[in-house]
Design a protein around this ligand. Structure first.
Ligand code: MTE
Ligand code: MO
Length: 411
């Protein structure tokens, strides 16, 4: 423990002034008897429990930092409600958020002149837009890879599609003035590294200008018509649908317009990258043989019934769920009840807007009592389908878009 947090203490083991300031900010209040803290003692902190506002059926994969997924059957709503949206934090929640004084700064090598807006100015100066946007963690599905890869073992529930309201990043960038050499944007948020060391960056990712300038790329202050919940990035976040949700920066205070590929935390090394060439499962190629994940692959969920359902024979079963395909749209959703031997087309609806998930429904009839699996398989508008069981293995366990499968027993 001493070693990991040693940067917080001075040589005699007292909390440094800067560490105390960090803690005070984090707690949102003064530590009254700070001068009485024993050497090398780190206050426990009265952390806000993000699970207090969540549906009881969500599954905590990690609480330091919080990583929480939503079982598929709880993703049945057309638009994911706040209490059912997955949580993926890389650091500690910033707890003393003040919407009144919050600002967004646009800076970087490729702006004509850096500019800062208050939240109120953003709301007044630019036209607001509302879009349903699918956010999926690139690590969603990691638990399905064999051999096992390290990281949070997400099954199917690191995804959701909420309705976000805010202003277009492209409108803000036009107001600031971007130079011709702009290549990428990078975000900065107010969360803290788990070590409490304020000099350690948590996550600072971004996207190329072509994605940053899309109509649906929002600087959002509302989710499903209400202020964004703390755990989802209050009071302001970047929301970029269709790409790894790691590019949708929470607790957003700064966007840098870069003249090169953004090199913030978790943009370098192998984070959020896939091998350029297929690798043998278990092999880990050198860093220069990886590429940054951009649009997420085609995928779908069966949200009704819940896996393990016991049904009485004879009646047809109505199934439903959602399908999405990164920057693309989904053109077909098919269902199999015989382990992928034959497929039946589902009724697939168009998306409410670009980058929102699409809803599907289907009715199946089981020939006789017994055990079945229902498999769902989506195909995108470029003709690419989900792999049935496991896609190309990769060392970080990203982008597992294998068909979602549920078990049903007909009695
Ligand atoms: N500032 C900040 N932004 C962040 C993260 C974070 O840890 N800190 N996590 C990212 C990752 S990896 C994901 S998958 C999404 C999760 O968004 P959610 O928790 O609102 O579902 O937020 C992204 N934005
Ligand atoms: Mo993520």
């Amino acid at each position: 423990m001493h070693k990991r947090i040693s940067t917080l203490f001075d040589r005699r083991g007292f909390l440094k002034k800067s560490s105390l300031a960090t803690l005070t900010t984090l707690l949102g209040t003064e530590i009254v008897f700070a001068d009485k803290l024993p050497p090398y003692y780190l206050p426990l902190r009265a952390e806000i429990d993000p699970m207090a506002t969540k549906h009881k059926g969500l599954v905590v994969l990690n609480d330091k930092p919080w990583n929480v997924e939503t079982p598929a059957h709880l993703l049945d709503d057309a638009i994911t409600p706040a209490d059912k949206l997955f949580i993926r934090n890389n650091g500690l929640l910033p707890e003393s958020i003040t919407a009144d004084t919050w600002t967004l700064t646009i800076n970087g090598e490729s702006v004509k002149k850096a500019k800062t807006y208050t939240l109120a100015e953003l709301k007044k100066k630019f036209k607001p837009y509302t879009y349903q946007l699918t956010l999926e963690c690139a690590g969603n599905g990691r638990a399905g890879y064999f051999p096992k890869t390290s990281g949070n073992q997400w099954t199917d529930g690191g995804v959701g599609c909420a309705e976000w309201t805010g202003v277009r990043l492209k409108d803000i960038l036009a107001d600031v003035g971007v130079t011709n050499d702009a290549v990428y944007i990078g975000y900065y948020g107010k969360d803290l590294h788990v070590s409490l060391d304020p000099t350690k960056p948590v996550i600072s990712r971004g996207v190329p200008m072509r994605k940053a300038l899309e109509d649906e790329t929002l600087i959002a202050w509302a989710m499903n018509g209400s202020p964004i919940p703390l755990v989802h990035g209050a009071p302001l976040r970047l929301v970029i649908g269709g790409w790894p949700a790691s590019v949708s920066g929470k607790w957003l205070h700064t966007i840098a317009v870069r003249n090169k590929v953004h090199d913030g935390a978790k943009m370098t090394g192998k984070s959020y990258k896939l091998p350029i060439n297929p690798v043998e499962p278990g092999q880990d190629p050198p860093e220069d043989q990886f590429r940054i994940i951009e649009s997420m692959p085609v995928k779908s969920l069966i949200t009704f019934p819940q896996t393990g359902a016991l049904l009485t024979g004879g009646q047809p079963l109505a199934l439903r769920g959602h399908a999405w395909a990164g920057d693309r749209s989904v053109r077909d959703l098919s269902i199999s009840i015989d382990f992928g031997s034959t497929w039946q087309k589902a009724d697939l609806k168009a998306a409410k807007n670009r980058l929102a998930w699409q809803h599907w429904s289907a009715t199946v009839t089981f020939p006789k009592p017994g055990y079945y699996e229902v498999w769902a398989r989506a195909t995108d508008d470029a003709g690419v389908s989900q792999p049935m069981v496991m896609p190309q293995w990769n060392p970080e366990g990203y982008c597992n878009n294998a068909c979602h499968r549920i078990a049903v027993k007909i009695g």
